[in-house]
Design a protein around this ligand. Sequence first.
Ligand code: ADP
Ligand code: MG
Length: 684
Amino acid sequence: MSVKETFGSLVFNAKTMSKYLSSKTYQSLLATMQSGSPLDASIADEVAEGMKNWAIENGATHFTHWFQPLTGVTAEKHDAFYNPDFEGGVVVSFSGKELLQAEPDASSFPSGGLRATFEARGYTAWDPTSPAFIKQTEGGISVLCIPTVFCGYNGQALDKKTPLLRSQTAIVKQLYRVAELFDLPTDKRPYATLGPEQEYFLVDAADFNRRPDLIQTGRTLFGARPARHQQLDDHYFGQIKPRILKFMADVDQELWKLGIPSKTRHNEVAPAQFELAPVFEEQNLAVDHNMLTMDVLQSVASRHGLACLLHEKPFAGVNGSGKHNNWSVTGPDGKNWLSPGKNPQENTKFLFLLTAIIKAIDENARLVRAAVATPGNDHRLGANEAPPAIISIYLGDQLTDVVNQLKFGVAKTSKSESKMGVGVDSLPQIARDATDRNRTSPFAFTGNKFELRAVGSTAGCATANTVLNLIVAAALDDMLTAIDEAVKNGEKKEDAIQKLITKVINEHDRILFDGNGYSEEWVKEAERRGLPNLKNTPEALEAYKDPQFIALFEKYKVLTAEELKSRYEISIENYKTVIQLEAECCVNMAKTMIAPVVIQYAADLVDSADAIQSKAVDRLSKKTNDLVDALLVAIEKLDKAIDSDDSAKKIACMLEVRKNADELERIVPEEQWPLPGYGQMFKM
Ligand code: ADP
Ligand code: MG
C-alpha cells in the first residue's frame, strides 16, 4: 500500500469518522474537536459504537484510556470489548460512558500529596481534540487508545495534559484580544503550534544488554572516551548507514500509520546520534504525537536488534540529546503570528507579540528553567554543552537591529537579506529567514517561530509548552490591559502601542543575547545583568515554590497552588530517586564487574614486573595499583553516600568512582574489560 493510503490508517480521524458515524453525529464531533468545547454527551454512545466497530475491524480486542501521568511516561490499562452473555458466548460492547470516562486506580500514580491514599480513585476523561488511535504491538496485538486527561475526584489535575489544555485556554483568550486590537478577523479559534525535533542515540542491542547502567538508568555510568569521537563532524555530514536507514524507514512507516507527520531524518553531531523532526501541528496533538514517537522509536529499534537511547546524556564526553521545541501561535485569522508580516499592520502585531515574548521570558526565566529541569537534563544545561542553563533569547541580526531602534522609539529601517526596506508607516518590514543560526541559545527566533532548545530528549513537551503558553498569555494580558487603559485615557491606539513596545523592550532587553552561550564571559555578563543561572534540578525547581509564580499559575487557572506544589514534590522526589538508582547501579557495577577484573589485572602486572626487568613495567604496575586503590576507596565512599540523603554527594562520589574506572579502562586489555566500550558502541 502507498503512504497515501496508509497515512493515518490507525487513527479515528475525520475521514474515518465520516464513514462510521451518522452525518449529524459526525458534524457535532468535528465541531467539538475543532473548537475544544465539551463533547455533547447525547452523541457519546454513537461515537463509541462507531469507534469500536472501526477498532475491531482493525484487529483491536481491547481499549484503553491513554494519558500522561506525572511520572512522565504514558499510562494504559486495557479492557476487552467482550463481555459474557447468558448462552456461554460473548457480547461485544463499548458504551459512551466507557468512552468518556474511566477509573484507573489513581493510587498507583504519583500525586505529590494531592490525593489522600485512602481516596484512591481518579478518573480519566476523553479529550476529543486529540483523536483516538490504534496501537499495534509486535505479535499482532492491537489496542484502541483514547487520549484522555487524568484527574482526581475533586477535579485536581493528576497529569500533564490538563494544565496544558488550561494554558491553551489562557493564551487563546489573549490572542482573541490581540486580534481585536489590530482589527483582524476573529472567526477561527486561535491555537498554539508545536514542532518537536527529537534527538536520540542507537546502539546495538547486544551491547546494550551487556550494560546494566544503560538498562537500568538509560545512560552509561562508566566509559572512557575513545580517541575518535566527534571532532571531525564526519558523522553529521556523512550518509546514513544502511542499517540505520532501514530502521528510520520503518519508524516513518509506523508513524505515518498513526497520522504523525514525520518529515526529516538525519545523523546528529555525536557518533551514533540521530534526529527525527515532524511537521508542526496544533500543540496538544503534537505533544501526544511526540509521546507516541518516542514509543515507536523504542519498539522499532528492538525489532531491528537495536536499542534506542532517549536519555539526555547517554555518553559522557560527546553531545547529549535534546528536543527542539518549536513554538508559535496561529491567530484567529488563520495565520502564523510569528511570521513577520507583509504589511505595516501585520508587522506591528508581530512586534507586539515579539515584545510580549521578550517580557514573558525575562520575567519568568526561572520558571522556564524549572519546566525543563530533570536529572538527565542537568548533564546538558549548565554542563558546558548546548544550551546553557542561563535562559536568554536569540533574535538574530535583523530583529536585533529592529529592536535596538525600537528602544529609541520608532524603527524606520530593517536590515533584510536583499533589500533595505524603508519603514512604511513607522514600522519596518521584516523579511523571513533573515535569521542566522546560533546553536548555543536556549530560546531562539528562527524565522517564523521560537525554538526552545532546553527541553530534554526523554521529556514530554507538555510542561514546557504549558509554561510558554502561560507566560506569554500573562505578558499579553499585561500589555493589552495597559493599552486599554491608555486608550481610555484618550491616547490614540497606534501611539499607545508604539510607546508600550518601546517601554517594554527597554525594561526587558537584558534577556536578549546573540553571542556565544558557552563562553565564560557570558556567564559573567549574565550575572551582571541579573539573569538567573540555575545549574541543577533542585535549584531550578525552587521556582515552583515562589509566590510570584504560584500567583501566576493561579491567576490564569493553569494550576492551583496545591497542584503546583504537588508537581514540585513529585519532581524533587523523582530527582532523588534517579540519583539514588544511579548511585546504586554504579556501586554494584564497580564492585561486581569492574573491581574483580582490575584487581586481577593489577596482580598479573605485579607478576610481570617480577618476571621482566623493566622500569616501564614497574611504573605501569605502580600506576595500576594506585588506580585500583583509588577506585576501591571511591567505592567505599559512594557506599556511604548511598545511605545518606545527599544527592550532590552521591553525584560527586559517582564521578570519583567513574574517573578511576575510566582510567583503568584505558590500561586493561579490551577483551578483559567487562563492558562494551564507547568505541564499540559508537560503530553504529
Ligand atoms: P530547522 O530548525 O531544523 O532548520 P525547520 O524550519 O524545518 O528546521 O523547522 C524545525 C521544526 O519547526 C519542524 O518540526 C517544523 O515543522 C517546525 N515549525 C515550523 N513552523 C512552525 C510553526 N509555525 N510552529 C511550530 N513549529 C513550526
Ligand atoms: Mg531547529
